[in-house]
Write a protein that binds this ligand. Sequence first.
Ligand code: SF4
Length: 211
Amino acid sequence: MSGSVGDITVIAQEVRGCTRCGLHTGRVRAVPGEGPADAKIMLIGEGPGYHEDRQGRPFVGPSGQFLDELLAIAGLRRSDVFIANVVKCRPPQNRDPQPDEISTCTELYLYRQIALIDPAVIVTLGRFSMNLFLPGARIMRDHGKPQWVNGRLIVPMIHPAAALHRPENRPLIEADFERLPAILAEAEAERSTPADPSNDEEPPLEQLSLF
Ligand code: SF4
């Protein structure tokens, strides 16, 4: 983790001018992410698509409209959460981001955003985001099951675009968002509990555990 995470707007400015990996050559605009700097929930997608690349904002196309509906199911508005992506520039033809692009971009920006915002809950949207935090997880097996990682609950979820393309996924992602308020309450309660110096393990949270 960076020792100097900087202000969230400073990180965004750095992203907009970044040329540190090959993805900058094909982008129209980089997409730093947006939301309150003290958001309790952070949503992390894979990378910008066509609409996001043109507008420089995350989740603004059809999957963004669906994301707004999902947030409403959880009683949330877009302005309540911080929305970011694993890579900040659109991969050509929406191909998968490559390992070197992911490692460069996350080390430079995403991990600093997380450190600065310090959310109690991170919702990962799709497998690239999920595997940053839960390398052994599989999306169709593990979606909706929170796991403690470094003092926050990571909640893997199916990418909204995958739910749009495969309607059978829609009730799954809707059910996962429905549980989000309870998951946030659990995370906040745990984080507000004074640490027991005799126990430096992550809390067990059996009912929510992946394994
Ligand atoms: Fe920089 Fe990330 Fe864009 Fe690559 S994807 S150019 S590391 S902002």
